[in-house]
Design a protein around this ligand. Structure first.
Ligand code: FAD
Length: 721
């Protein structure tokens, strides 16, 4: 637990090669007092060196991608899934759509370039730019699996275009096709290479059957291919553009000095605003301009790392001196590569092996991240401390809740309620109070942070707390916030509070709730909570009304407990973690309205599906039978469960759910997985269940499923295969 206060905000915009390496170094040597944020659209950043190999079918998508979620966790950084769209240098903020402004003291841009050709008629509608690489990879993956008689046109006959043309041809031939791949250039192809390398590449293109169209100016891209100046057409289903480097438009609007739209940087990689750095393809090195190549982005990383720390801590900056020439390793479609340096070139399978070795070694450093260390235990410590600490870090979200057994013991000690205006029973999601003939529901919930992002935490916690009101058929009304911030400077407190309240307000407003007050304090770690009231127009839905023969509907997949546990130790795929966040962010107000006729309902949270189902079984006097194979699971959850990953609360949940019978194993264990902002579990009449499920699906709750029935018998819970 880091109790040193944070005083400065460093924001890294873009998860490009330089920033990925900086994050790795940061994880090994963090700067005390500095809070780090990374902004990137998506949980991964593709590695350019392996893109042609991915296109050729030699690498999977996961092998191509740097997992930024894992890397950010390792670096202690928050990852914002979104694209920066503007930067205000005087307010020192960055804008990302759908979020409050992100403040910085020091920022760096590593956002690459685009190969989009907005000036080329029809390209935006029918073409796929080679950059951003991630977008290209996704398009290619989709095209490759559906192509029938593939015809491809690559606009731009540089090294990247030629590599892609050969890789696409190779992959399609491997799939049993006879593709026609055309490489088009307005001049000659491959002019950036020396004579020897160019001759070898031309021979490789010829051997791959790539058709060259040189001195051909593309004037339009259509749904059937490309049109050349003079009227010639080339038929193509997949048209890609790899013609040169175009800077992202918004970077020229920031107010930093630019050359042809690329951000000017000095030898220290600083822009015209000394608190902002720029690296990789998006930057222009004024003193020593170089072509856009990943090798420079990689070599800039140690210098950027040192210089960011220097400006944040008051040290000296050092200069980056780019090399004049560098080794070019170019793949030739199949497992063959060409190497060029100092005017000489060689090609063949051994060079592919060498390139493959270098690329995999580069990527391995992002996978083999050291595990998060547990706090040191002094040699002399109270008995039981090591056991209490466990071997893994404590989970956040509902995985950090007090176990059901301990809670029930504590509640059993409370005196019975004698007030006749309180009508809820122990175990209900919210208290029900009769006020002037109206059923008022009231709940409170808070979450220990599982993410460094206050916006994500505020949104998820708000939805998590609202779930209790929705589950009772209530309409949420008013909320108060209860916030604990980790220790930080007054400036960072203001920034964090602004983000928290903006995010909370957004969710609450959409649910028709007014935030009317709250309390905040400083503590060891971020904790966000809300107390919410609501009113029930009809009789509140409790956990007590389930009837024999009722069908059970669950509105969201399970798995957030194992995914969050695995995320903390770097064992979860970043894409699965982001998908899990998206599930948690799915509001359930409209689902609750569709389930208004349910006989019993609850939201599935800390006790897991089993614990909440056991609550319905006990209160309603039924046996709940769950068909384990019908329970929807989040991406990656089954795999993690099979690998033995469990949330900190799992053992308590198994003990707390009481007696059960039926199938066991890793998937059954997921029934005990604590859920944060989980779905609704409703017991509905068998007569209306199918129509209700269809209504949930059409309202966007596409993973809602019928997962079991209410029957007679004991024990209260049964798991069928
Ligand atoms: C087919 C092909 C093959 C190549 N092969 C090689 C090679 O073998 N060797 C070599 O040296 N070079 C190669 N290159 C060039 C190489 O791709 C680039 O030089 C390198 O990727 C530059 O890295 P970067 O860090 O600047 O940005 P990138 O790697 O492009 O990363 C930029 C990141 O920023 C993110 N981003 C974009 N916009 C925003 C925004 N608004 N807000 C937040 N994040 C944003 C992107 O999603 C991406 O994750 C190749 C290029 C292509 C097209």
């Amino acid at each position: 637990m880091n109790i040193l206060p944070k005083t400065k905000d460093l924001v890294l915009i873009g998860g490009g090669h330089t920033h990925a390496l900086v994050l790795r170094k940061w994880g090994m040597m963090p700067l005390a007092g500095c809070r780090v944020t990374v902004i990137n659209p998506g949980p991964t950043a593709p590695y350019s060196g392996m893109l042609p190999g991915f296109v050729g079918g030699h690498y999977t998508r996961d092998e191509l991608d740097i997992d930024l979620v894992k890397l950010a966790r390792f670096a202690g950084a928050r990852l914002i899934d979104g694209a920066a769209v503007a930067m205000d240098l005087s307010a020192k903020t960055i804008s990302v759509d759908g979020r409050p402004p992100i403040a910085f003291d020091v920022a760096a841009l590593d956002i690459g370039i685009t190969s989009a050709m907005p000036q080329l008629d029809g390209f935006a509608a029918h073409g796929v730019p080679a950059k951003p690489l991630g977008q290209f990879a996704a398009w290619w993956q989709a095209y490759r699996t559906t192509a029938a008689a593939p015809r491809i046109a690559v606009i731009g006959g540089g090294v990247a275009g030629a590599e892609l043309a050969m890789a696409m041809g190779f992959a399609l031939r491997g799939g049993g096709h006879d593709p026609v791949v055309t490489l088009i250039d307005r001049g000659q192809v491959l002019t950036a290479l020396g004579d020897v390398a160019r001759a070898k590449m031309l021979a490789a293109l010829d051997a791959s059957g790539v058709v060259l169209r040189e001195n051909a100016q593309v004037v339009a891209v259509t749904s059937s291919g490309v049109t050349l100046r003079g009227g010639d057409t080339i038929t193509a289903e997949f048209v890609t553009g790899a013609a040169g480097a175009k800077p992202h438009d918004w970077q020229a609007q920031i107010g930093l000095r630019v050359t042809d739209g690329f951000i000017d940087v000095d030898a220290h990689l600083q822009t015209s605003d000394t608190s902002v750095f720029a690296v990789g393809d998006c930057a222009h090195m004024v003193a020593s301009p170089r072509p856009k190549a990943g090798v420079f982005a990689v070599r800039q990383a140690p210098v950027l790392f040192d210089n960011l720390r220097a400006v944040l801590s008051g040290g000296d900056l050092r200069a980056y001196r780019p090399q004049k020439d560098y080794l070019k390793l170019v793949s030739l479609g199949g497992k063959q590569a060409l190497a060029e340096r100092f005017g000489t070139a060689r090609a063949g399978p051994l060079l592919w092996k060498w390139k493959d070795h270098i690329d995999r070694k580069f990527m391995d450093q992002f996978d083999d991240l050291p595990q998060m260390a547990q706090p040191d235990v002094p040699r002399t410590a109270a008995l039981g401390l090591k056991d209490a600490l466990g071997e893994k870090p404590m989970c956040g979200g509902c995985g950090a809740k007090v176990g059901r057994g301990a809670l029930q013991d504590a509640l059993a000690g409370l005196p019975p309620t004698h007030r006749d205006d309180i009508i809820s029973i122990a175990g209900d999601d919210a208290a029900i109070v009769r006020v002037g003939g109206v059923s008022q529901v009231m709940t409170t919930d808070h979450l220990r942070a599982f993410s460094h992002d206050p916006v994500l935490m505020a949104r998820i916690t708000a939805l998590h707390a609202l779930g209790d009101i929705w589950a009772m058929g209530g309409k949420p009304q008013a909320a108060t916030a209860s916030l604990i911030l980790p220790r930080m400077s007054a400036t960072l407190q203001r920034r964090t509070m602004a983000e928290l309240m903006d995010a909370a307000r957004g969710v609450m407003q959409s649910a028709g709730v007014a935030i009317v007050g709250g309390h905040s304090s400083l503590g060891d770690e971020l904790t966000v909570g809300f107390t919410i009231t609501g009113v029930c127009d009809a009789a509140p839905i409790t956990i007590a009304g389930a009837q024999m023969g009722d069908v059970l509907i669950l509105t969201k997949p399970l798995g957030s407990g194992v995914l969050l546990a695995a995320e903390m130790t770097g064992d979860a795929r970043g894409a699965d973690v982001q998908a899990c966040f998206a599930q948690m962010l799915h509001a359930q107000g409209d689902a609750a309205a569709i389930l208004a006729d349910a006989h019993a309902m609850t939201d599935v949270t800390g006790f897991g599906l089993a614990g909440h189902a056991a609550g319905i079984a006990a209160a309603s006097g039924v046996q709940i039978q769950i068909n384990v194979a019908d329970v929807p699971l989040m991406d990656g959850a089954a795999d993690l469960a099979a690998r033995g990953v469990r949330s900190s609360l799992f053992t308590d949940n198994v003990a707390g759910a009481g007696a059960w019978e039926g199938v066991s194993g890793p998937t059954t264990d997921l029934m005990f997985d604590p859920q944060t902002a989980g779905g609704l579990l409703a017991a509905v009449s068998a007569k209306t269940a199918v129509a209700t499920l269809a209504a949930l699906h059409s309202a966007g709750h596409t993973q809602a499923a019928i997962i079991g029935v209410c029957a007679a018998g004991t024990p209260p819970l049964r798991f069928n295969a």
